[in-house]
Design a protein around this ligand. Structure first.
Ligand code: ZN
Length: 276
């Protein structure tokens, strides 16, 4: 290559170099934000923020759908239970109806990930949600109970008891107070559907609820909610073991004023299970 040829080709080479660098930066950027990483449990806020009464949505449903395709949570103003399944976000509303939620709506608390089943577990003779939890606990302790798990459990449920709640207006009251008056309950029999569940390891006590948290949606997308109890003869559970956790904190006056050193474990148990 003589000098004049190099001069002619140089602008083209430079453009190529800049393009390469831009592509590399994009790929790196994706890794560092983790948006391309499927093995992350992403959490919006702390459950403790929600139980104190911060129902201010901070992340849009569209943003949530970019961070996962399966998960659980709630909506701005505590407007129903959130179930994300196969990339679609559903609301189990206070009146028992199910709606597909628009990307513009916001979420004050949620956990999502991209679902890649690592193991499946057939379940038989599940008489209660406690029996389901202990069967899953056994599996998780074999797999490693210091990890996070997202589980989907498919089948026909002999009984399914779920709850939702009435949307709240400001000033927001703590969740345990809201649920004393504003919970709605729905009981179904012989209903096919999917339970989406999150397992948080023991060290998550200050950031979420340790153990299992289940939401349900029926196959016909007509029923769903936060699971209080269930039973089934045969089910299939698929577990996604997840090694990474990332949390997005809200930025609003209410959240920023909370004293999050206060132990809320009793309130959290009450709101999760409906029991004192
Ligand atoms: Zn729930």
């Amino acid at each position: 290559m003589n000098n004049s040829l190099l001069t002619k080709k140089l602008p083209g080479l430079l453009i190529l170099l800049v393009l390469c660098l831009a592509l590399c930066a994009c790929a790196l950027g994706e890794d560092s934000t983790g948006s391309g990483d499927r093995e992350v449990i992403r959490q919006v806020s702390l459950l403790q923020g929600l139980t104190f009464g911060d129902y201010n949505g901070s992340v849009t449903v569209g943003q949530l759908r970019a961070m996962g395709d399966i998960g659980i949570g709630t909506f701005d103003g505590l407007n129903g239970e959130l179930i994300m399944l196969e990339g679609i976000v559903y609301r189990a509303a206070h009146d028992g109806s199910i709606q597909v939620v628009a990307d513009e709506e916001t979420v004050p608390f949620s956990n999502v990930t991209f679902f890649d089943a690592d193991e499946t577990l057939p379940l038989t003779g599940i008489d209660s949600v406690a029996a389901l939890k202990s069967a899953l606990d056994k599996k998780v302790s074999e797999m490693d109970d210091n990890r996070f798990y997202m589980v989907r459990i498919d089948g026909t449920f002999r009984t399914m008891s779920v709850r939702s709640e009435l949307p709240q207006t400001k000033p927001y009251k703590p969740l345990a107070v809201v649920l004393e008056t504003d919970q709605t309950f729905f009981d179904y029999e012989n209903i096919s559907g999917t339970v989406v569940g999150l397992f948080c390891p023991n060290y998550m006590n200050d950031l979420n609820a340790v153990g299992w948290h289940f939401h349900f949606i029926s196959d016909d997308r007509m029923a769903g909610g936060h699971v209080l109890d269930l039973s089934a003869d045969t089910l299939t559970a698929a577990l996604d073991r997840t090694d990474s956790f990332s949390m997005i904190l809200p930025d609003n006056e209410m959240f920023n004023s909370f004293d999050l050193t206060i132990d809320q474990s009793a309130d959290i148990k009450k709101v999760e299970t409906g029991e004192d």
